[in-house]
Design a protein around this ligand. Structure first.
Ligand code: EPU
Length: 337
């Protein structure tokens, strides 16, 4: 059941080379539980891989890699306010979103076409165009890798933040998400405040858009800005947008009035990392086989044949340039394995 020396190159969207010391495809929670209870995962580190769209494979991994392929999607409940829809952690996220829209359940359309799996959506608290996974999240089931016990976690227990959750903390690292339930509101209203999306909707003549029309507009914006995963290897945004305290933000804004920024509920300001990187001259520029994408400087792309070391070298160079120019520390979004 555990395969030795398995290549991970086709399993990460940056297409970086690397082998797993041991590898297993997980197609059900029971199968994973049997591996845990049989002691198969107790020797050495365990790495959980979903769609591989948010990882940097740094080389060969001295670990057991579990590729989560757990399928399934169904309506599990309905009340006056919402549909409750559950999906297996291994379901492809964009396919799942399309399926919900086809059933007539709006709610996930702003998150259309984000590469990755359903199980990774809450881990990363994926977000786009004014919506995050947490906004439509109801609960999830996870397995504890040490005890083999099943847990059911609600929204509060998952401790969601900006591209953050319990599962990215020390405490949650031993948990493997096996299924996720979303709450899709019946009183659907479009979330169309994000400037790019609002512009796209109005230029398409969608004044009172349906969920499908919002998804269409999201797709059009993504096509313009983000690389097509079938043509160019990337991991989406490579850095998080930094969140600054009001004082640092105010002095930076005086120096750089063009800096795009978004006030946060806690009084801080999120600033656009893509803009900072572009100002440092990295938009469309390469370092060896990797570079920052020509239409969105926040996206690091592999032009072909890159290794994890090439990616990390470019990441460090960009971080150093942004630090020197703006005094801001960029934080990587993908997880380095
Ligand atoms: N900008 C530039 N130059 C660039 C890129 C962006 O000046 O090269 C400016 C844009 O003009 C705009 C601002 O920066 O004023 C924000 O750009 P954009 O709308 O493209 O969004 P982002 O902040 O760069 C975030 C998410 C994306 C998500 C988009 C849309 C993060 C780290 N990234 O990007 O998520 O799709 O907003 O909501 O929060 C991902 O996480 O992988 C991802 C793609």
């Amino acid at each position: 059941m555990l395969i030795p020396n398995a290549s991970l190159e086709a399993l990460n969207t940056l297409h970086l080379p690397g082998k797993a010391r041991r590898f297993a495809e997980i197609s059900s929670a029971d199968q994973l539980q049997a591996l845990i209870r049989g002691g198969e995962l107790s020797a050495g580190p365990v790495v959980v891989l979903g769609g591989g769209s948010n990882v940097v494979i740094s080389g060969d991994l001295e670990a057991t890699v579990l590729h989560i392929r757990i399928p399934g999607r169904e309506l599990v409940g309905e009340d006056a306010e919402a549909f409750y829809v559950r999906a297996g952690a291994g379901e492809d996220w964009p396919d799942f979103v399309t399926w919900t829209l086809e059933q007539g359940w709006g709610g996930l359309e702003n998150l259309a076409f984000i590469p990755g799996t359903v199980g990774a959506a809450p881990v990363q608290n994926i977000g786009a165009y004014g919506l995050e996974a947490k906004d439509r999240f109801h609960s999830l089931e996870a397995l504890n890798l040490h005890s083999g016990c099943t847990l059911s976690l609600d929204r509060g227990a998952c401790r969601f933040g900006y591209r953050e959750s319990l599962f990215k903390t020390e405490e949650g690292r031993g948990l493997v998400v096996t299924s996720v339930t979303f709450r899709l509101p019946k009183g659907w209203k479009p979330e169309a405040a994000y400037l790019d999306l609002a512009r796209e909707l109005s230029s398409s003549g969608f004044e009172h858009p349906t969920p499908l029309q919002v998804a269409q507009a999201v797709t059009a914006v993504r096509r313009r800005k983000l690389p097509d995963p079938l043509e160019i290897a990337s991991a989406g945004s490579f850095f998080k947008n930094p969140v600054l305290d009001p004082k640092s933000f105010a002095s930076l804004k005086v120096e750089h009035p063009q800096l795009p920024s978004y006030p946060q509920a806690d009084g801080r300001f999120k600033v656009a990392a893509g803009w900072l990187i572009e100002q440092c001259g990295w938009k469309g520029r390469s370092l060896g086989p990797v570079g920052m994408f020509a239409h969105q400087a926040l996206v690091l792309v592999n032009h072909g044949g890159a290794t994890g070391a090439d990616v990390l070298r470019l990441a460090e160079t960009v971080r150093a340039d942004v630090r020197t120019r703006f005094g801001i520390e960029l934080e990587m979004e993908p997880v380095v394995l």
